[in-house]
Design a protein around this ligand. Structure first.
Ligand code: ADP
Length: 256
């Protein structure tokens, strides 16, 4: 699909936030999705750019899978996930003929798509663009940061789980942020204990507090802990708005 390059496509985007994690499966896409929902809850207009090319899960989490990306004179029109058009989403998931198809691309093709995602999507006016990145610190991260850099200061939200291994990965993420000039907004510890749906008690399945300790050591803000919550898993699977259903949840307080 060829789009007409339009350098001004991000000109009306006020804040750009990259969501990073040291490894996969720690809840980066979950946090990106819940962050967008939390911002919408506060009346903001939000775009989500899913550059996790090999694991695009956000269309599913927002019940937008199977929707089509259209073209206008300014490039690709992102998919609106709600009637009010307050959350728009662009993902490689919309460009694949079969959503279960694996993206087996070499670096240059991935870089070209990332560049196109940045220059060719007609986001319009947005308060926030949330960018869900692949796990780790890869060439794709470099390509994303380089493509987005002209559009203003870039914030970074780093997601970790409490285990030491994940916390070690976060150290590398923070080094990446420092070297590439990303402004770390803060660290979120996800899957921090298990929230029992029956008695609301939180059990520490893994060790606890690693994220907070690391944030202190690294001198970055600690934004909060989000427990493993079966209701959150269900909301994500069914594409429901967890933040609206549970505005007093730990997820909302960490993200607002
Ligand atoms: P990543 O993007 O880091 O690979 P995901 O956001 O896709 O990870 O999360 C992996 C799985 O864990 C998903 O099925 C998601 O629903 C679930 N999950 C993530 N965080 C939580 C949480 N706090 N509570 C319950 N389930 C969660």
């Amino acid at each position: 699909m060829e789009a007409v390059a339009e350098p001004g496509n991000l000109a009306d985007v006020r804040n750009i936030i990259l969501v990073l994690s040291g490894k996969g499966g720690v809840g980066k896409s979950t946090i990106s999705t819940e962050l967008a929902l939390a911002l919408r809850h506060q009346g903001k207009k939000v775009g989500i750019l899913d550059v996790d090319l090999c694991g695009p899960s956000i269309p599913h989490m927002l019940r937008a899978q199977g929707k089509a990306v259209h073209q206008c004179d300014h490039g690709w029109v992102p998919v609106f996930v709600d009637q009010e058009q307050s959350i728009s989403l662009m993902s490689v998931g919309f460009l694949l003929e079969n959503p279960d198809e694996a993206v087996v691309w070499r670096g240059p093709k991935k870089h070209a798509l990332i560049k196109q995602f940045v220059s060719d999507v007609a986001w319009g006016e947005l308060d926030y663009l949330v960018v869900d990145t692949p796990p780790g610190t890869s060439d794709e991260h470099m390509a994303t940061v380089e493509a987005l850099r002209p559009y203003g200061p870039l914030g970074a939200l780093v997601v970790t789980t409490p285990q030491a291994v994940s916390v070690g990965d976060v150290r590398r993420e923070l080094t990446f942020c420092r070297k590439t000039g990303l402004q770390v907004i803060g660290l979120i510890e996800n899957m921090s204990g298990f929230a029992c749906p029956h008695c609301a008690e939180c059990t520490n399945v893994f060790s606890k507090g690693g994220g907070e300790e690391l944030a202190q050591l690294a001198g970055v803000p600690f934004l909060g802990s989000v427990p493993l919550d079966p209701q959150l898993t269900r909301s994500l699977e069914e594409g429901r708005d967890f933040i609206q259903e549970f505005p007093k949840s730990a997820a909302y307080s960490a993200l607002s």
